[in-house]
Design a binder for this molecule. Sequence first.
Ligand SMILES: NC(=O)c1ccc[n+]([C@@H]2O[C@H](COP(=O)([O-])OP(=O)(O)OC[C@H]3O[C@@H](n4cnc5c(N)ncnc54)[C@H](O)[C@@H]3O)[C@@H](O)[C@H]2O)c1
Length: 405
Amino acid sequence: MKPEVVMIGLGYIGLPTAALIASNKVFVYGVDINSDVVETINRGEIHIVEPELDSAVANAVKNGFLKAGLKAQEANTYLIVVPTPFKDKNEPDISFVEAATIGILPLLKENDLYIIESTSPVGTTEKMMNYIYAERPELEGKLHIAYCPERVLPGNVMHELVHNDRVIGGVNKESTDRALAFYKNYVKGELHATNARTAEMCKLVENSSRDVQIAFANELSLICHKAGINVWELIKLANKHPRVNILQPGSGVGGHCIAVDPYFIVADFPMESQIIGKAREINNYKSFWCAEQVKNAKLQFQLDHGKKPKIALMGLAFKPNIDDLRESPAKYIAQKVLQDAQDEEYYIVEPNIQEHKVFKLTEYNKAAENADIIVFLVAHNQFKYLTNLNSKIVLDFCGISQNKL
Ligand SMILES: NC(=O)c1ccc[n+]([C@@H]2O[C@H](COP(=O)([O-])OP(=O)(O)OC[C@H]3O[C@@H](n4cnc5c(N)ncnc54)[C@H](O)[C@@H]3O)[C@@H](O)[C@H]2O)c1
């Protein structure tokens, strides 16, 4: 049977999307360059942590609506959901999108729908369109080409894929309409039509907006530290104003979206994106500052007690209660602190993963019990239950002590 949809990239976004479409009894052929990923999915299993995804994939594979392979097959709709990281100097890297497009180039035929979901710099969809038509000139104007960004929250992906609103922008009106008709089959949230460039920028702006707001909170935390003010209390009080809503500070900003996407704007619009660029700097600086605070606390302990402290670094993930370490400020801080390690004993804690190839992990209760200095880097729920910390030196960069359960 010929697939109806080809999904290129079977990661955190591509696989749940493929499973959702397949659960509607549409045959999806998933493509990934990673053979482990392909084999795992074809066994009806998953390689990522995401609630409800295991049963969705198992059912889709068992019912014959989802199959994976290393090479694309002919279909009517192609979805590109591959990574879009950044290179040195914070330039966006769209080589994965280009490679995925090259992979389907010979398969494309008149009336096909080609959609990019990967977060992309403005103009990427038009660039891919120009590339496709340069290589396949007989198809010029005969394909439907659109951009539709994803805005799901890891941990709630299966629900949000269906219920979130989507922004859909085609390279022309026919493409937008055709992409809208496609998503209407699977999405219950509202579908908002626009053009490809606006849809691309919309995704970048959503994450930049979060980054700027967190930078404001992080900047306040630095100011308050110097001014001897509890930043958590300050923000709570300021937010009593009916039109003020300041976010919470932390040990920086991480993940492969908020910590990455703003650079896609800054790289293309360096003169104009002053606040966006500065927010990235502030959030990165906050992580550096946290590492410095740990080093200072270590030296102070030595001076006060005449011995090296035992230090617990609590959390490595980029945000609370997940196992994802990509672009994690906590991981950066741990690396930075360990670079300067002398004879101190360190306990590295991340309760959401079993092991790490660089860090030797310690169980969180044991680490907290044994450490002289406890550094809260991520507000994991487990840490909120810890007691008997009064005799310890606590560096709380993520508000654990303010939000005890
Ligand atoms: N994860 C999120 O929460 C999230 C949210 C919104 C948007 N996005 C965006 O969605 C895109 C995909 O993100 P993700 O988190 O799913 O990434 P991911 O790294 O989890 O998965 C991408 C997959 O694509 C595969 N791949 C790479 N090149 C390929 C190619 N040429 N052909 C076939 N497969 C290929 C990789 O092996 C990997 O399995 C990115 O642009 C990301 O910024 C992610």
